[in-house]
Design a protein around this ligand. Sequence first.
Ligand code: PMP
Length: 342
Amino acid sequence: MGKTVSDMADSELKRNQIEYLDSIIETVGNTPLVKLQKMPAEHGVKATILVKPEFLNPTGSVKDRMAIYLLKQAVARGELKPGGTIVEATSGNTGAAVAMFAAVHGYKAILTIPDKMSREKVDTLRAFGAEVHVCPTAVPPESPESYYETGKRLARENSNSYWVGQYFNLDNIHAHYHTTGPEIWRQTEGKLDCFVGGVGTGGTVSGIARYLKEQNPKVEIVAVDPEGSVYYQYHKDKTMVEPHTYYVEGIGEDMLCPTIDFSVIDTMYQVGDKTSFLLTRDLARKEGILAGGSSGSVMYAALEHGKKMHEGQTMVVILPDSGAKYISKIFNDDWMREKGFL
Ligand code: PMP
C-alpha cells in the first residue's frame, strides 16, 4: 500500500520536527499541581494544598479523562461500531467530552441533561453538534421523564447505538485508576498525605483512591457530598436519606451508584450550596483560579480537613471543572442574590 497524501504530509512535518498532536483528544490528562497561596493561611491551614485544575482538559473538566478512556475501551471491544450513535445521561461535563469524541471520530451523540444545569453547559453540547434533550430535575431517577431513563430509552430506540452509562460502567473507575491516580503519585513522588475530591458518580475519587491506597495505605482519602444527596449519610451509617434538590452541579446523587467505592473513602464531608459558591468565588478572586461550583465544595472539605493536618504535610485536591461554565450563575451577583447566596 502506498502512502496517502495526508501520511506524506505528516511524515514531512515530523521530519521538520514540527510538534503536533493527531487530535484534540490527545490533550486530555497530565494537568499540573498548583500550590494555593492565600486561602490555606486565611483558614488556619498549615499543610500545603496542591490543587489539580482539571478544567485544563480540552472540554474544561475532569470528565474528559473518564469519557475518552471509556469510549476507547468500547471501540476496542467492538461495542461502539463505526458510524454508531453514542448516548449518555450527563450533568453536562461527561456530555461535552462524549460530544468532542463523537465530533473527532465521526459518531453521532445524543445527550440527556437535567434542567437545573447551566445554560452554558447545554449550549456547549449543541456547539459540538450533539442532539440534546433537557429533562426535569425534580423527578425520581426511576421516572420515565428523568434524564437517566430518557437516555436509556433513546439508546434502545436508536439502532447501532452505544449507551455509555457512567453511573454503572466500571470503566469509569478504571479510567482514574489507570491514569489520574498514577499521575498524582508520579507528580508528588508519592509524598502526599491526603487526597480530596467530590463525588458524583464517584468514579474520580474511587479510581484515584484505589490506586493511591495500593501504593501507600496511609494516604487519607477525603470526599465531599452536597446537602440534599444520599452519599454522606450512607457513608456514615449505611442508611438512605430522602434526597432533595440543590444548586451545585455535578456532585451528589439521589441513588447509590456501583461506581462509588465507599471502602476506599476514609472521611466524607457535607456542604451546602452557599458555602460552596462563596469558596468558588474566593478561588477566582484570591488565587486567580476560575473553577466551577463543585470546586468550592471540594475546597470546603480541603480547608476543614486541612485544619487537622500539620505543617509539612501535603494534600492534593481535584478541581473538577471550569468557572467559565457558570458565569451566568455563581459569578453573576444578581443570580447569587436572587438565590439568597449573597
Ligand atoms: N464536579 C463536577 C462539576 C462534575 O461534573 C462531576 C461529574 N459528574 C464531578 C464533580 C464528580 O465526578 P465523578 O462523577 O467522577 O464523581
